[in-house]
Design a protein around this ligand. Structure first.
Ligand code: SAM
Length: 372
């Protein structure tokens, strides 16, 4: 398939040469997805092309809530996010902390600062810490393993999640042996051409896939995912994403809208749509019923109630920010990112309140995925 095969209306963030379905036919496909947990490529393209129909979206979200409630009830898992470095050697074209953005104010937290974020998080009830950062060569295996061992020793019952991009299999093995349980690495897009449009020449979809398969083989609980409405995305590339994820069967899938950053070459590209993001969340819940599905910060950025709406589309994870407030704004992946000014406690209780109002109970255990 080639990109840009048609495209009549990109306004809501997805384009396809194939038309959508009428609501009744879309329902039939959604029922099939729930029953069989799989669709063909063509079926995916048709279904995804139908997302603009409100009735279709409402039905997908209703079924997704039912499927989630059956597995997880109204429980929402929390993970404490520590954005510990914004140095990055990569140049992903959509990202505000890409190496080529000379205006980014760079920072990295010391081991002591990371530990103190964990301590504060532990006091606040977090039992999962997610350490995320750019691909920062300063964090060699030695340095990262030493930090992981300290966290593991101080907080033996907590899950440790890393999200620091592409590394060698040997490195993933060392980090796993040091005590990391989970790893988040979005595949970003499962289509070669689309991948090449979003990334510089040195990066490849092939290596991304190699990383994900290494992580799974080593024994990590793995998270993958993609941005919704990224430049060049079509219903066809999204269909490929869904087929790829059906095959990978990750424990977690992180999806959120693409949000433009003023210092990238996609500064003028429209943000991904709320409606399509909610629809894709609902489809993911139907496809992998046990999956952990975060309502992301990016979703909360494009809509004031985005994360609550994410829950109504079948999500069941939120990730309040534990990073030091003084650094928050510098982890500047995209414009207008929310939650950059609040202390960890404020962030945690704000999300808890929001979830309670929306009818969900925030739980503080490790929240392991039910995916095998
Ligand atoms: N370096 C690690 C990696 O590559 O997985 C983790 C950090 S990376 C900044 C985390 C995620 O941010 C990426 O997987 C990407 O999907 C998301 N991201 C980056 N720029 C974004 C943008 N403009 N809009 C929405 N999400 C974005």
């Amino acid at each position: 398939m080639t990109l840009g095969s048609n495209v009549s209306d990109c306004a809501l963030g997805v384009c396809s040469s194939i038309g959508g379905l009428d609501p009744q036919s879309a329902r039939v496909l959604l029922d099939k997805l729930e029953r069989e947990r799989t669709l063909s490529f063509d079926e995916w393209v048709r279904l995804i092309s139908s997302y603009q129909d409100e009735e279709v979206r409402a039905y997908a979200m209703e079924r997704a809530r039912a499927v989630r409630d059956e597995r997880y009830g109204n429980k929402v898992f929390t993970r404490g996010l520590i954005e510990f470095t914004n140095y990055c050697k990569n140049d992903c074209l959509y990202c505000g902390i890409r190496a080529g953005n000379k205006k980014a104010r760079r920072y990295r937290l010391s081991a002591e600062e990371i530990l103190s974020c964990c301590e504060e998080g532990y006091e606040l009830g977090f039992r999962t810490f997610v350490l995320q950062g750019g691909e920062d060569p300063y964090f060699t295996d030695e340095r990262l393993c030493a930090i992981v061992v300290e966290i593991r020793t101080k907080f033996p019952e907590c899950a440790i999640t890393l999200s620091v991009g592409e590394r060698s299999r040997k490195s993933y093995q060392r980090l796993f042996d040091a005590g990391v349980d989970r790893y988040l690495l979005r595949h970003e897009t499962a289509n070669q051409e689309h991948y090449a449009l979003l990334h510089p020449c040195g990066m490849s979809l092939e290596n991304r896939k190699r990383c994900l398969s290494d992580l799974r083989e080593i024994g990590y609980q793995v998270g993958s995912g993609f941005m919704v409405g990224s430049p060049g995305q079509t219903a066809e590339t999204l269909a490929e994403d869904m087929l790829f994820l059906a095959d990978l069967k990750p424990h977690m899938v992180g999806i959120g809208p693409f949000v433009s950053h003023h210092d990238t070459c996609f500064a003028e590209h429209p943000n991904g749509s709320l409606e399509l993001t909610l629809f894709m969340l609902a489809c993911l819940r139907l496809m992998i019923p046990e999956v952990l599905l975060p309502a992301t910060t990016a979703l909360g950025t494009i809509d004031p109630l985005g994360r609550e709406k994410g829950m109504d589309a079948g999500a069941n994870v939120v990730m309040p920010n534990l990073s030091p407030v003084a650094r928050r704004a510098d982890y500047d992946l995209y414009d207008n990112k929310i939650c950059t000014g609040e202390e960890a406690a404020e962030c945690r209780f704000c999300l808890q309140r929001r979830m309670q109002i929306a009818g969900y109970e925030v739980v503080v255990d490790r929240g392991d995925s039910l995916v095998d």
